[in-house]
Ligand binder design. Structure first.
Ligand code: DSN
Length: 422
């Protein structure tokens, strides 16, 4: 059976790559914590005729004609996003998480104004104002960190002191390599004390919040949430900007996305986001979100039992960050490569205050959203964690790697992902 008959008929090179990637995703374990498998319905919407349409503007206020159906899908996407996250306004047009964050900064800040965000080396994200980004040239980003990387607790007293000193206009919660829950209420109280707005970049955990497994920052009064749609939320690539209840902020954000930052929205992505939000509203998604956390805990237990240091001392979400260099003498880059060889995909990652370079760091970051979509349970995840450590502890031993590959192959056959692939 062909995976894509029209591509197969007209473009052999692209078809070969598509087949290769389909097999890679199907026959290996995806542990990159920011990746997932979308449903066939989301894939269909993403590959639909909406790709042909220009729709600059917003529903009911477009610049070009022929918008009767684009308006329908964008309105549905907005309505579903607001319901999922309990807020009054959603912008569903940002092409990516980076765009969403940049759009918020330009909507709410004047050049030179200050944003307080988590340090990249302690789990923050590049788009929270790392010096290599364009936004760091425009706005003044200052940082907060964890008090102790072995518990993961954020240093809220230090955060408050920096806030009192620097008077930020925006306090940012959110991360891409942090394994514990943020105390949003504490951050909101500090923001109120200094008159700052609050934004949570929940790209990694949006699905877990939508599924009720983690706390929603809006419940603690946060003003804005940004998120990608393709991680734990299990939608197509893209992003969302949510505003709790302030129509003035919402208006500024819409203007900042279009015409401020982007041109025409990618309406096929908007259609696919709407489909994914519909899926996330179903009761099964709540079960999925809970299982993601349980599976991460099962992996945590194996790593801790086998003496591996985990950042934050473990996990309260879907993600783990292991100091494999410190604990096993295996640099993160080597760990990533040898695990790739046995068909386990994850990424090397800096640990907090890493003595090694970001290009050859001490850690590996991995998580459970994708394997949970596959139907993995705690026992499967404990087995995967044991296979990972068997390989890492003896990574030059070809017999160990061959056995690991066979075990992974058997697991993939047992959990075939029939809802996502042809
Ligand atoms: N690249 C994403 C991640 O893996 O966390 C964040 O942008």
């Amino acid at each position: 059976m062909s995976y894509a008959p029209h591509i197969e008929a007209q473009d052999a090179e692209i078809y070969a790559a598509l087949v290769g990637e389909t097999h890679r995703q199907r026959d290996g374990l995806e542990l990159i914590p920011s990746e997932n498998y979308v449903s066939k319905a989301v894939l269909e919407a993403n590959g639909s005729v909406f790709t042909n349409k220009y729709s600059e503007g917003y529903p009911g206020k477009r610049y070009y004609g022929g918008q009767e159906y684009t308006d329908v899908i964008e309105r549905i996407a907005i309505e579903r996003a607001c319901k999922l996250f309990g807020c009054k306004h959603a912008n569903v047009q940002a092409h990516a998480g980076a765009n969403a964050n940049v759009a918020v900064y330009f909507a709410l800040l004047q050049p030179g104004e200050t944003v307080l965000g988590m340090d990249l080396s302690h789990g923050g994200h590049l788009t929270h104002g790392h010096p290599v980004t364009h936004v760091a040239k425009v706005f003044n980003f200052v940082r907060y960190k964890m008090k102790d990387p072995d518990t993961g607790e954020i240093d809220y007293e230090a955060l408050r002191e920096v806030a009192l000193r620097e008077k930020p206009k925006l306090i940012l919660a959110g991360f891409s390599a942090y394994t514990r829950e943020v105390d949003y209420a504490k951050m909101k109280a500090i923001a109120d004390e200094v008159g700052a707005l609050t934004m949570a970049d929940m790209a990694h955990i949006a699905g877990l919040i939508a599924g009720g497994a983690l706390r929603n920052p809006f419940d603690d009064g946060f003003d804005i949430i940004t998120t990608t749609t393709h991680k734990s939320l299990r939608g197509p690539r893209g992003a969302l900007i949510l505003t709790r209840d302030n129509p003035e902020i919402a208006k500024k954000i819409d203007k900042s996305v279009f015409p401020g930052l982007q041109g025409g929205p990618l309406m096929h992505h908007v259609a696919a986001r709407a489909v994914a939000f519909g899926e996330a509203m179903k009761p099964e998604f709540k079960t999925y979100a809970q299982q993601v956390l349980k599976n991460a805990k099962a992996m945590e237990k194996v790593f801790l039992d086998r003496g591996v240091r985990l950042m934050g001392g473990g996990t309260s979400n879907h993600m783990l960050l292991a100091d494999v260099h410190g604990s096993l003498g295996v640099p993160g880059k080597v760990a990533q490569t040898v695990l790739d060889e046995v068909h386990i995909t994850l990424n090397m990652n800096s640990i907090a205050d890493d003595p090694r370079s970001p290009f050859d760091p001490s850690g590996i970051r991995f998580g459970t959203p994708a394997i949970t979509t596959r139907g993995f349970d705690e026992a499967d995840c404990a087995l995967v964690a044991n296979i990972m450590l068997d390989v890492l502890e003896d990574h030059e031993n070809e017999t160990v790697k061959t056995r690991a590959k066979e075990q992974i192959h058997a697991l993939c056959l047992a959990r075939p992902l029939s809802d996502s692939f042809v």
